[in-house]
Structures are given as C-alpha cells and as structure tokens.
Design a protein around this ligand. Structure first.
Ligand code: FAD
Ligand code: SF4
Length: 327
C-alpha cells in the first residue's frame, strides 16, 4: 500500500470537486476500496471520504417508488419496511450479499461500484496481464481458471463477471442512478467490456452517485431474488435471478414479467427475451422452463464456467415458478 492524502468532504459539491482531480477516489464504507488498495489494484493519490455527508442516507417511499440515498447502508435498505413490501427482490438481494458486518458498513452507492472478483484482476504481483487493470496487457483469465467467469456479455479483451447482487435486482425494475442532476438507467450505467474493459460505468470524473431511484410497479411488489452459490452465505453468486411478476385477474396468466441475471454476465443482465416469451402465457412449469432457456441465448463459455449456461436458466425458472406458486 502506498501513501495517499485523505480529505473528509463536507458537501456533495466539495466531494465532486475533489474527486475530479487525477488520482482521487471516493471512499464510502471502504469495504471494497481498502481491499483493492491493499492488493495494489487501487492506487489512489487521495481519498475523498464521503461517508459523513448529511442527507445521503435516507430512504423515501411514495406511490411512484423508492429513492434510496447513495450512503444508505446495505443492511438498513434490506430491512426497510417499504423496500421489503414494495421491492422484495431488492431486500432479498441485499440480505444475500456479503456478511452481516459488511452489510452494516457498506453503502448502496459503493455496492454498485464494486469491482470484479476475477482473481487475476486482484493479483497484480503474479498476473501482469489484465486488460481491465492495464489496458492492452492481455487477459490472464482466458486460457486460465474460469470457473467464476462470465458467459454473457464477454469480449476478447475481458470475461470478468460483475459480482454485485443489488444491481441485478435494480436492473430488473428499470431503476435509475442519480449522479447529482444527471439520471442514468441502471442498465445503461453498467458498460459491456468490449475493447475497453477498464471503463465499467457511465460515470465521469467529478460525478458521484447521490441516489438510486426504483419505480414502483405490481411486478416489483411481487418479486424475488434467487441466488445459487458454492456455500449458503458469505459468497458471490454462481448464478442468480431477480424476477418480478404481475398476473392477470385469473391468477395464472402473465401480464408483466421482469427477469435479470447475476453472476453469469459482465454486467447486471436483463433477460428481456424471457420476459417477452412469457407475457400473455399461462404459468405452466414446462412453458416456464422452455422460456428460461432464452436467458442464455448467445452465451459463450471458457471451459470451467460452462456449468453456468445450464445453471442460469434453472435459476430463472425456479424464481418465476416460486412467484407463480405464491399467487
Ligand atoms: P467503498 O469500498 O467505499 O467504495 C467502493 C467503490 O465505489 C470505490 O471505487 C469508491 O470510489 C466508489 N464509490 C463509493 N461510493 C460512491 C458514490 N456514492 N459514487 C461514486 N462512487 C462511489 N457484494 C455483493 O453484492 N454480494 C456479495 O455476495 C458480496 N460479498 C462480499 C464478500 C466480501 C468478503 C467482501 C469484502 C465484499 C463483498 N461484497 C459483496 C461487496 C460489498 O457489498 C461491497 O464491498 C460494498 O457494497 C461496497 O460498498 P462501500 O460503501 O464499502 O464502498
Ligand atoms: Fe482482467 Fe478481465 Fe481478464 Fe480478469 S477477465 S484477467 S479482469 S481482463
């Protein structure tokens, strides 16, 4: 770890100005950033501490939806009655993320901005080639150990999985990131790696996340997050699905469906083909399973991660059928 300066920001404007300087990084809960600094992936010249900024940790709920301040703690959001009632998938995604200690410390803004868990990315002393860390240096994962890597949205430059749970739930419900006055759909906020895997978000120097807005809907109210992982807690997703369902008055026919995948793609992955295939259909297990296969259309594996192409549709089908049974 190398030396850096520390600034405690006392306003959003001051934080933005300080963060616009070369080498500056925002510090919220610190649960990702300090790790990355310790392993020499993040090398900030200055840390701009935003954790004490007033008014950015609120959760407001009304008939239009929810607005969650960027500094709201994961555990606070997960346990909020309005989030549990109006957006159960969001609450469940947060409850299944990280550990209790981390959730108490980490913020939702920092959660969106977390970096990939690709082991080559996090080990610069042993793996020099990483296009995300050092553009143009190559990719150590391709041809390496790929069990946790992505099968959707990959490029020849990078196959790293986006690891977060919250963003998967948010992308299903057309949530919007507030960057001060600027608004960006969560789906557009996360970028595909393409030839520039180092650029992960549609955020510019001097911008910071100030809030996350989730529109309310019937599908968001009947929603769920199913996460499959190597162990039942304190583990990132091998595959996950955020699903929201609205049924017609007959209680069986799909009026609205939202599906997003986590753990299998380079960004939170909205599965619109599955949604379209099931709208207007009666929820029968075999129909749901067939449609869920569309979630991995175009998937490309790199050997050891092939299992994700089989696992992801099963997770989607399980999540949809679970919601259907609850009707
Ligand atoms: P920080 O560490 O303070 O910041 C993270 C990044 O975001 C930094 O680059 C920082 O500059 C930037 N940043 C912070 N706030 C803002 C803002 N408002 N605007 C713009 N940029 C900002 N997450 C999951 O989703 N699921 C898991 O299963 C999971 N398991 C984990 C297990 C372990 C062991 C650890 C260490 C982490 C795990 N995480 C998991 C990730 C964890 O949720 C994140 O570390 C946490 O949410 C980051 O929030 P923070 O406030 O601590 O961010
Ligand atoms: Fe780096 Fe991406 Fe390759 Fe991992 S998959 S080594 S993050 S370029």
């Amino acid at each position: 770890m190398r030396d850096f300066s520390y600034l405690r920001a006392n306003s959003v404007d001051a934080a933005r100005q300080a963060a616009a300087l070369p080498g500056a990084m925002l510090l919220a809960g610190g649960t990702t950033l300090i790790d990355l600094a310790k392993c020499d992936v993040a090398e900030p010249d200055s840390l701009v501490d935003i954790s004490h900024l007033k008014g950015l940790d609120t959760i407001e709920i009304d008939e239009r939806g929810a607005v969650i301040g960027a500094l709201a703690r994961m555990s606070h959001v997960a346990d909020h009655a309005g989030i549990k009632g109006g957006f159960p998938a969001v609450s469940e995604a947060l409850w299944q993320a990280a550990s209790a200690q981390l959730r108490n410390m980490a913020t939702v803004g920092g959660n969106l901005m977390q970096r990939t868990r690709c082991p080559y990315f996090r080990d610069p002393s042993n793996f020099a080639a990483c296009n995300k860390r050092e553009p143009g240096s190559g990719c150590s994962a391709i041809g390496g150990v790929t069990r946790g890597h992505a099968v959707l949205g990959t490029s020849e430059a990078c196959i790293a999985t986006y690891p977060g749970d919250l963003a998967t739930a948010l992308v299903a419900f057309d949530a919007v990131v507030h960057l001060g006055e600027r608004r960006v759909l969560v789906d557009d906020f996360f970028l595909l790696p393409g030839t520039t895997p180092q650029k992960e978000h549609a955020i510019e120097p001097g911008e910071m996340i100030t809030a996350i807005e989730i529109p309310g809907s019937a599908a968001a109210r009947r929603s769920s997050y199913v996460k499959v992982r190597d162990r039942q807690s304190y583990e990132f997703a091998a595959a996950s699905a955020a699903v929201g369902l609205e049924l017609e008055a007959d209680g069986r026919t799909v009026r609205d469906l939202r599906v997003a995948l986590g753990g299998v793609a380079t960004k939170p992955w909205r599965a619109r083909t599955v949604e379209e295939a099931l709208k207007g259909k009666v929820l029968e297990p075999e129909v749901v399973r067939a449609a869920s296969l569309l979630a991995v259309e175009g998937a490309v594996d790199h050997g050891a991660n092939h299992y994700k192409i089989e696992l992801a549709p099963r997770v989607v089908a399980r999540a949809i059928l679970k919601l259907g049974e609850a009707a």
